[in-house]
Design a protein around this ligand. Structure first.
Ligand code: RB5
Length: 153
């Protein structure tokens, strides 16, 4: 895994335990992590944390983010409202690999109530090390980035 650029992480209460597990794993592997919360399993609203991480990636402040809620669905919906964000819900290894190869995903989303810690750790490893294939996939990303910018108020 490359560990040069810091990663913004966020979760809600349902993703908290998995966020902590992945955060500690990445810190042990020498990654720099910006933990945007949640900081406990007390009930919170996932958009508050999804917005914070997505803003950091959309602005270019962070190249990569990881978001975790119960299913991963809510966090995906929130993060993909932001221009330049390509958030991919990957609760399996194939999606983690393809989200990087074909979609240049810059936010990995997982469901803390869907997958276990060991699978999540493998997903993160694959997602961080798999490069974007560029070529025809770049053109496709540019097509939907253009739509996003038309819709910004
Ligand atoms: C919280 O109960 C749950 O709705 C949230 O973590 C997430 O799964 C939403 O999509």
């Amino acid at each position: 895994m490359e560990n040069t650029s810091p990663i913004a992480m966020g979760s809600d209460h349902a993703g908290f335990a998995l966020k902590e597990f992945i955060k500690n794993h990445l810190i042990a592997a020498n990654f720099k992590i910006e933990d945007c919360g949640a900081f406990s399993e007390n009930l919170v609203d996932y958009p508050d944390f999804g917005i914070e991480v997505a803003e950091k990636v959309a602005s270019g402040m962070f190249e990569r983010g990881i978001l975790i809620c119960g299913t991963g669905l809510g966090m995906s919906m929130v993060a993909n409202r932001f221009k330049n964000v390509r958030a991919a819900l990957c609760n399996d290894l194939f999606l983690a690999m393809m989200s990087r190869r074909h979609n240049d995903a810059n936010i990995l989303v997982m469901g803390g109530r869907v997958i276990g810690t060991e699978l999540a750790r493998e997903i993160v490893t694959v997602w961080l090390k798999t490069p974007f294939e560029e070529g025809r996939h770049r053109k496709r990303i540019e097509k939907f980035d253009a739509i996003a910018s038309r819709n910004i108020i």
